[in-house]
Design a protein around this ligand. Structure first.
Ligand code: NI
Length: 169
């Protein structure tokens, strides 16, 4: 059990595709325990294994007081989703940036638990949004990849200004 360091941009490990979990053993339980401890420490609502350096398909979502509690999804897949809409997001691996992305707000998810047993669950609200955000991580996708070109441009200009590298046009 440990609080681990969260990998941040531009670390290339955030761009890797994570592998399915195939062995449900003590080592997996320890990894999941670390994931719980680390998420709790950050105060965030979701975290996945690749963010702590483990390229495996494990996600944890815990939106306080939403009725779902802390939910672990191993090898998650989305079976169905509602019509998407814009939702504001941020990411523990991309500090200091927020932006609107298009997400479904209701999902049916299939995943496995720590024992390897398969389950299906209907989720909605921020929990559903967070599941999609974490699933993106498993494919090496960050929420900033989904921002509009206009927002990306503004972020680029802001970054350029802060480092004094902005080029006047
Ligand atoms: Ni994230």
């Amino acid at each position: 059990m440990a609080v681990l360091e969260i990998i941040e941009m531009p670390d290339e490990r955030l761009r890797e595709h994570s592998s399915p979990v195939t062995v449900f053993d003590e080592a997996l339980k320890e990894q999941v325990s670390d994931l719980f401890d680390t998420l709790q420490d950050t105060g965030g609502i979701g975290l996945c294994a690749p963010q702590i350096g483990i390229a495996q398909r494990i996600i944890l979502v815990h939106v306080p007081d939403d009725g779902y509690g802390a939910r672990l999804y191993i090898n998650p897949e989305i079976l169905s989703k509602s019509t998407p809409r814009f939702v504001e997001e941020s990411c523990l691996s991309v500090p200091g940036i927020e932006g609107n992305v298009v997400r479904a707000t209701r999902l049916k998810v299939r995943a496995q638990n720590l024992q390897g047993e398969s389950f299906e669950l209907n989720v909605d609200g921020m929990h559903a949004v967070c599941v999609q955000h974490e699933l993106d991580h498993l494919e090496g996708v960050l929420f900033i990849d989904r921002l509009s070109w206009f927002k990306k441009l503004r972020l680029k200009l802001a970054a350029g200004r802060s480092t004094g590298e902005a080029k006047a046009a």
